[in-house]
Design a protein around this ligand. Structure first.
Ligand SMILES: Cc1cc2nc3c(=O)[nH]c(=O)nc-3n(C[C@H](O)[C@H](O)[C@H](O)COP(=O)(O)O)c2cc1C
Length: 221
């Protein structure tokens, strides 16, 4: 079982968000998962320019690190998203990455997988950023098993104190991969998204026959 964490703090090894995501991975590793963490700030990720070229063949005109990272997400059984709160939202690094996932979202590249999200903040926006990242997991077709945000402004020790809960979240994620995890509300939202994206898959069936075949086989068309 492979679990991949991706975080959007530019502070890389100094990042509190990275540390929180690492606690989640440590819990998952205790439950038998093989884990990996990716610092988006170490990658070259060009912002989406809405050229729509990816709609034709799934390939972005920018030959940067996104395609490789999407391939790693597809190889994983579960994905953990992490971001610091920047102006009550995800960091720019995270948002630029998310914008590049439009094609992966349209074609539901993480369908059948699980995920969870983490965020750190000084004070505000932690829960909202966790909810947003889990929403992106749903957009990709994955079911989120939970999330954790930690506010560090008034209490720097809160990060260490969050370790047991973060490890428990990692264990829950590994258990979801192993045994399954049902969430009717998320499943309904994902099914709604799929029926909307089905029009795109049908429209592009001549350009993307493999994707069309995958969707047809899954009974999503
Ligand atoms: C550009 C920027 C914007 C920020 N915006 C907020 C904010 O809106 N609310 C807040 O409480 N903290 C804000 N912070 C503080 C960070 O969310 C906080 O320090 C976080 O734990 C940093 O995580 P990291 O160590 O993983 O980078 C901001 C920090 C920066 C650099």
């Amino acid at each position: 079982m492979k679990i991949l964490a991706i975080h959007g703090s530019p502070r890389t090894m100094q990042s509190s968000t990275r540390k929180l995501a690492s606690f989640v991975l440590a819990g998952a590793a205790e439950a038998g998962a093989e884990t990996e963490i990716v610092d988006l700030a170490d990658l070259r990720i060009v912002p989406c320019t809405a050229c729509d070229a990816c709609a034709i063949n799934g390939i972005c005109v920018n030959d940067d690190d996104v395609a490789g990272l999407v391939a790693r997400m597809k190889e994983a059984d579960a994905v953990v998203f992490g971001s610091p709160v920047y102006i009550d939202n995800v960091s720019g690094q995270m948002k630029v990455f998310f914008d590049r996932l439009a094609d992966a979202i349209h074609y539901q590249q993480l369908a059948g997988k699980y995920g969870c999200s983490v965020a750190t903040t000084a004070e505000s926006g932690g829960d909202e950023v966790v909810a947003y990242q889990n929403h992106v997991l749903n957009y990709l077709g994955a079911v989120a098993v939970g999330g954790i945000s930690v506010a560090l402004g008034a209490k720097p020790s809160a990060l260490a104190e969050a370790e047991p809960a973060a490890r428990a979240l990692g264990k829950k994620l590994a258990a979801a991969v192993r045994d399954g995890y049902r969430d009717p509300a998320q499943e309904a939202a994902i099914a709604d998204n799929r029926s909307y994206f089905a029009a795109i898959v049908r429209e592009n069936q001549d350009f993307r026959p493999e994707e069309y075949g995958r969707w047809e086989k899954a009974g999503w068309l």
